[in-house]
Design a protein around this ligand. Structure first.
Ligand code: XMP
Length: 319
């Protein structure tokens, strides 16, 4: 009978046979897929694996630290941590077009990854957390819709350019199976059960130009929202939940004074694959509690809205 433990053991043997004494480089993003791929490959070949974590400066609060603490500290995986936030934020300065943001970020991820890989002296193998749906999607791309709504940038084109062979131990799995495998590999629930997070990160949750100040503001709002969702036991019932920093200032009243601060939007959806999505029906008491915490605890935000648009016609992200 097929079991996840059996699959794990079989994949470990497959990786060993493919790689031999060679070196594997793996880009770690903090997401479920690359985390599970890295941990599995590490079980197979130990220090022949080197992970590169490029911190683009547009992650959620505490995420970069968690990646380093978990993979280097807890799993003892050889991890290169490159803080590239200055580079990314410098390149993003003044860019308002969502697609230009995506392309800029995608290009920088590849450049920084290549740079770090070169510093290590290269490798014969590149690990990727490609899933079965990714394999199918890239096949159907040629006959797919002719209108690109949003370009999704992963590390396309990288292996050919770097002349590396791919190691893709998850390419037969669906997302829920990857999570089960992650649990089998003792990866903490906070990583295995994590909501999907887009490569362009918080940059596409700040309509208009992105800067450090706005990112800090958004991180605070987002952290409160997610903390309340976890405390209410709702995290696993939601596909994705996040805050958006709106490029408008509105008038409010605080104590005896008038405020003129920024507004934010909260988003939460249910979905099975991200292609369609429904608004998550929070009860009003919950939304009320989150809104008053945000306005009271985050200086610079004086208005909170809840986005009730489904997909279609909306998209999950605002950009
Ligand atoms: P939309 O906003 O198109 O999002 O409804 C569908 C799913 O894709 C994620 N998303 C992205 N992921 N790079 C990514 O890696 C991107 O540029 C990107 N844009 C959207 C989004 O978070 C949702 O899960």
């Amino acid at each position: 009978t097929w079991t996840m433990a059996g699959f794990r053991d079989m994949e470990i043997e497959r990786i060993r046979a493919q790689v031999g004494p060679g070196r594997v480089i793996c880009g770690l993003s903090g997401g479920v897929d690359s985390s599970v791929a890295a941990k599995l490959i590490h079980e197979a070949i130990g220090d022949q694996l080197i992970c590169i974590f490029v911190d683009p400066g547009i992650l959620r609060a505490g995420e970069a630290e968690e990646v380093v603490r978990t993979f280097r500290g807890r799993f003892n995986i050889h991890l290169v941590h490159r803080d590239a936030s200055d580079l990314f934020l410098g390149a993003l300065a003044g860019i308002t077009d969502p697609e230009v943001k995506r392309k800029t970020i995608g290009r920088l991820f590849v450049e920084v990854f290549e740079e770090e890989a070169a510093k290590l002296g290269g490798a014969q193998f590149l690990a990727q957390g490609t899933l079965y749906p990714d394999v199918i999607e890239s096949v159907s791309f040629t006959g797919g819709p002719s209108v690109t709504i949003k370009s999704h940038h992963n590390v396309g084109g990288l292996p050919e350019r770097m002349k590396m062979q791919l190691v893709e131990p998850l390419r037969e799995l669906f997302k829920d199976e990857v999570r089960a495998l992650g649990r089998e590999l003792d990866i903490p629930e906070s990583i295995v059960g994590r909501h999907p997070f887009p490569g362009p990160g918080l940059a596409i949750r700040i309509p208009g130009a992105v800067d450090r100040e706005k990112l800090d503001l958004l991180r605070k709002v987002d952290a409160i929202y997610l903390e309340e969702i976890r405390n209410a036991g709702l995290y696993d019932a939601i596909w994705q939940a996040f805050a958006v920093l709106l490029p408008v200032r509105t008038v409010g009243v605080m104590g005896d004074g008038r405020t003129y601060d920024q507004a934010c939007a909260l988003r939460a959806v249910t979905s099975t694959d991200g292609m369609t999505a429904d608004v998550f029906p929070f009860d009003f008491g919950f939304l009320n509690r989150v809104a008053s915490r945000i306005v009271n605890e985050v200086r610079g935000i004086n208005r909170v809205t809840y986005d009730i648009t489904s997909k279609p016609p909306g998209t999950i992200e605002w950009e």
